[in-house]
Design a protein around this ligand. Structure first.
Ligand code: HEC
Length: 152
């Protein structure tokens, strides 16, 4: 008996990179226009990937671990200390304060990527190898740095 296995790939790599920012970006110069122009969904994709993981509420995020994870995975674009680089924006910035970019926008950004909408650095691709727990550590560190800079 011959077992035939036909594996079909439905373009899993053509991910729908949705904007992780659902709130109106009122405080970025010109952001309103770019946001309106951003694609809202990739309807041609058979398997849009929209899942992201958030650790349980009692998860103990450790800012110092977040600092290391950020340096390893994010600083190449967001700069040392999340102060920005020529590849990406600063996250220690009023645009990313919790009331405008809640923690969920970080989980979404890391897992799903971000369409360019606030800045002109291009899109952010999903970051592989960074778990929901890792992201929680990173968020804890970024929020601490934001508070230290008077952003809250
Ligand atoms: C290859 C470059 C690159 C890397 C690596 C990168 N980012 Fe980004 N990220 C960007 C750019 C560019 C934007 C701005 C998109 C815009 O708004 O125009 C962005 C935006 C964001 C946003 C805002 C999302 C929103 O809803 O507007 C968050 C949060 C974020 N990044 C977190 C991270 C974290 C955490 C990491 C590391 C795990 C990371 N990024 C790694 C390029 C990068």
């Amino acid at each position: 008996m011959i077992l035939q296995r036909i594996s079909l790939s439905f373009g899993i790599l053509s991910l729908a990179l949705l904007s992780a920012c659902s709130e109106p970006p009122g405080d970025a110069p010109g952001a309103q226009d770019r946001s309106a122009a951003a694609p809202t969904a990739d309807e041609g994709s058979a398997t849009p990937r929209r899942e992201f993981r958030i650790p349980p509420e009692d998860f103990q995020a450790v800012p110092a671990r977040g600092a290391d994870l950020f340096a390893a995975h994010c600083a190449v674009c967001h700069g040392d200390g999340a102060l920005g680089s020529d590849q990406g924006p600063p996250l220690i910035h009023r645009i990313y304060e919790p009331s405008h970019h809640a923690d969920i926008s970080f989980y979404r950004a890391v897992a799903l990527g971000v369409h360019q909408h606030h800045w002109e650095f291009g899109d952010m691709s999903p970051v592989t190898g960074v778990s929901g727990e890792d992201t929680a550590h990173i968020i804890a560190w970024i929020r601490r740095e934001q508070r230290a800079a008077g952003i809250q």
